[in-house]
Design a protein around this ligand. Structure first.
Ligand SMILES: [Zn+2]
Length: 103
């Protein structure tokens, strides 16, 4: 039955995806309740997106961006001098912006 072989391949791929997603959970990368608390406090005292502010736009920040990617380094992760408040839109387009900075 060639059809049976075809259907066997599909769940294998999906299974791998699910496993990866569980491993890379935000909680395990340090984004736990301690982070949520620190984030809230930081955004309360730094409420505006710095990228928007630089463009003269007043927009409230909802995300803390790590200026230097922490890559799991807890010292960088918790170093507030490495934090900047961003709105979600700026945070998500940050990488594209960096490449087109001199446009
Ligand atoms: Zn922004």
């Amino acid at each position: 039955m060639p059809k049976a072989i075809k259907t066997l391949n599909k769940p294998k791929g999906i299974g791998n995806k699910v496993k990866l997603g569980q491993r890379q959970s935000a909680h395990q990368r340090g984004y736990n309740s301690k982070w949520q608390k620190a984030r809230k406090a930081y955004l309360a005292s730094n409420p505006l997106c710095v990228f928007c502010k630089a463009k003269g736009i007043i927009k409230s920040a909802t995300v803390i961006d790590h200026i230097i990617p922490h890559k799991g380094d807890m010292r960088l992760f918790w170093d507030k001098s490495n934090w900047q408040p961003l709105c979600k839109r700026c945070h998500d387009s940050d990488k594209q912006r960096a490449e087109k900075r001199n446009k």
